[in-house]
Design a protein around this ligand. Structure first.
Ligand SMILES: Nc1ncnc2c1ncn2[C@@H]1O[C@H](COP(=O)(O)OP(=O)(O)OP(=O)(O)O)[C@@H](O)[C@H]1O
Ligand SMILES: [Mg+2]
Length: 497
């Protein structure tokens, strides 16, 4: 929650203003009923039509002010909340793009997507819907109790007798709903993760006839999610009607106490009616606050998960005093490099050197560490021992961006972003048309990717035909040529393929 508070920076004045608006709104709502009392006792019962008209006019003005204040409160708080969500989502994505490859290879993609979707949504619900309810009711509850005591302190005391059981009930609800809602978040996250993984691996699922198996897994998670939600609803179905019942008990008590006080002429009928309506204003916030509390719990649980990503430090990053690497000549030296993804080293003291303009082909059995070496050269990982040097500079001592800017990487797995072939070659950089065209032609992508021959805005599918590409080079030509062309404008000193 403290982390969310950071997004309030620069909006504190607005929040203070909103609290003022909420106070005005609560005063208008409760004050309105005190005016009704006056209208009944001093207008209707006293037969004073003039007084009645004046009070009704004031009541209308107060109600109108309340209406405007409430609208301003909902809009203002929801606006603040949405801006906070915007900031959170942007920071989350920004942080993710800065994390190292090791994080993504260890963390399930679906898990990360669940954080960015359902968890951010839960926080968003709290901030845009929960916050107006929370703020207005937190102010309304004491205002309604105060107004009730002002109207008639004896009737107010009757209500206080109902408050302890209501508090016990609310405390119980808060405790069980907290546990239930955290579990609900976990289960919906599991469903999202399963969907994301299945979609990403659909070719494998279908190629190995695993549709039914995945469907069964999905059904199981979906069912678990359903039963958890049903349990949460059950808790709510106990709590909310119970609070309602306490409200009824309070109303009955006030009616009986009112009857006795009326008989002794120490209470007016206007006060009794007003007290009954103010009672509603006491119990309604109690219910709504408990409801929002559930949302808050959900949002807090989601925020803990989101924070676990935000707290993750990128493993490969610029050291203090890292120097920019300008104008690489291309001398590559791998010096007694030892590297392990986990416990077992993959590279055991590997040394090699490639002079500028040179070419290195790695041939070896699958899993031998060829891609790993390329990843170390691209500095997607740092070696555990030894060093990778480019033009004599240890890669750990150079600015990552300055190095990567001059690096062209052709990945083993083709990946195309949705968009055009040209946009896939550019990848968001300001590369002029001629260079994009030259890059496409350099990798013989004329028929499929040359912006001059074919429509430059030809659309790519989001995911390439991954597994088909190994079986049929023709089918994958568009994909693989485009990824090669992507590397061409950078004139790569090293590539992984
Ligand atoms: N992200 C990762 N996390 C953990 N282990 C990994 C990871 N990537 C590769 N490995 C392991 O490191 C070893 C070397 O893998 P690498 O991908 O470098 O082999 P390769 O020579 O490129 O194989 P191929 O010819 O199949 O592409 C393998 O045992 C592999 O299982
Ligand atoms: Mg490989």
């Amino acid at each position: 929650m403290r982390r969310l508070g950071r997004y309030l920076e620069g909006r504190k004045l607005r929040v203070a203003l909103m609290l003022l608006v909420a106070t005005g709104n609560a005063a208008a709502q409760t004050g309105g009923w005190l005016l009704v009392r006056d209208a009944i006792d001093n207008g209707i019962r006293a037969g004073d039509k003039r007084h009645l008209t004046v009070v009704v006019a004031i009541y209308l003005a107060v109600a109108a002010a309340g209406w405007i204040l409430q609208a301003a409160l909902i809009r203002g708080l929801a606006g603040i909340g949405q801006r906070m969500v915007l900031g959170l989502r942007r920071d989350l994505f920004d942080h993710l793009t800065g994390l190292s490859l090791r994080y993504f290879s260890q963390q399930k993609a679906g898990w990360i997507i669940a954080r960015l979707t359902s968890d951010v949504d839960a926080v968003s619900d709290v901030l845009s819907q929960g916050m107006p309810t929370l703020v207005s009711n937190v102010v309304l509850l004491p205002a309604a109790i105060t107004a009730l005591l002002i109207a008639d302190w004896r009737l107010g005391l009757v209500v206080f007798a109902i408050v302890p059981p209501a508090l016990v009930l609310t405390r119980w609800f808060q405790r069980v709903s907290h546990v239930a809602l955290v579990e609900t978040r976990n289960r919906i996250a599991a469903v999202t993760a399963q969907i994301a993984e299945s979609v990403a691996g659909m070719a494998v699922v279908q190629a190995f006839n695993r549709e039914r198996r995945f469907q069964a897994q999905f059904d199981e998670l979906n069912q678990a999610n359903l039963s958890q939600n049903a349990y949460t609803q059950k808790i709510m179905s106990v709590f909310f009607p119970s609070i309602e019942l306490l409200g009824v008990v309070a109303t009955v008590s006030v009616l009986y106490a009112g009857e006795r006080l009326l008989a002794h002429h120490t209470l007016t009928i206007g006060t009794l009616i007003t007290a009954l309506y103010l009672l509603q204003l006491v119990f309604q916030p109690l219910q709504e606050l408990s409801d929002v509390y559930g949302q808050l719990q959900s949002g807090a649980a989601a925020m803990v998960k989101i924070a676990s990503i935000l707290d993750e430090e990128p493993e490969v990053r610029d050291r203090d005093g890292a120097k920019p690497l300008v104008g690489i000549a291309g001398n590559l030296e791998v010096d007694r490099v030892v590297f392990a993804y986990g416990e077992e080293p993959v590279l055991h003291g590997l040394s090699l050197s490639v002079p500028a303009g040179g070419c290195l082909a790695l041939v070896g059995e699958s899993g031998g560490g060829k891609s790993t070496l390329a990843r170390l050269v691209g500095r997607f990982y740092d070696p555990d021992e030894g060093a990778v040097r480019v033009d004599g500079h240890d890669l750990r001592g150079v600015r990552l961006r300055s190095y990567r800017r001059q690096l062209g990487v052709v990945l083993q797995d083709p990946f195309l972003f949705s968009g055009t072939i040209a946009s896939n070659i550019r990848l968001g950089s300001e590369i002029p048309d001629e260079r994009v065209r030259a890059a496409a032609e350099a990798v013989h992508a004329r028929t499929s990717a040359s912006p001059s021959r074919t429509r430059p805005t030809r659309r790519c599918r989001r995911r390439p035909r991954r597994w088909v590409s190994t079986a049929s080079p023709l089918a994958s030509q568009g994909d693989s040529t485009t990824r090669c062309a992507r590397a061409a404008p950078a004139s790569p000193p090293a590539s992984d393929s």
